[in-house]
Design a binder for this molecule. Structure first.
Ligand code: ZN
Length: 130
């Protein structure tokens, strides 16, 4: 845990997030700056800065959890395909980005800031498929 890391603060529920999935080791929530509707982040609860520093077991669990969340997005939002990206240049806490792409090609850059109301409504809808 890192005191001032925003993702660690989301894990501790100190910062509100539109959570769509949570278990003992991972949490998934909607991105507040989505490039497409339903763009989500899957993060380990433990603070790792770099994905390839995770041990194999935890790295595999992260990807399996991301698959589980992607299938949830597929069911709830019916995209053409959900894309997975790990780049991690913004917040230094490992995160998998999931992009449910409905039309055209994957755009990695946000087009607008989502409102709290939009995120709450959408996370309620997605959690309905858990
Ligand atoms: Zn962190």
């Amino acid at each position: 845990m890192s005191e001032d890391c925003v993702f660690c603060r989301i894990v501790r529920h100190e910062v509100p997030a539109a959570v769509i999935y949570e278990d003992d080791d991972f949490i998934a929530f909607l991105d507040i700056n989505p490039a497409c509707e339903g763009q989500s982040l899957v993060i380990p609860k433990k603070h790792y800065e770099y994905a390839f520093d995770m041990n194999d077991h935890n790295y595999e669990k992260l990807l399996v959890t991301a698959k589980h969340v992607a299938k949830l997005l597929d069911k709830a939002l019916k995209p053409k395909r959900t894309c997975l990206v790990i780049e991690g240049f913004d917040v230094p806490h490992v995160h998998v980005k999931l992009y449910p792409v409905k039309e055209g090609f994957l755009k990695l850059y946000p087009t607008k800031k989502a409102t709290k109301e939009e995120l709450e409504k959408l996370s309620d809808k997605i959690r309905g498929f858990l």
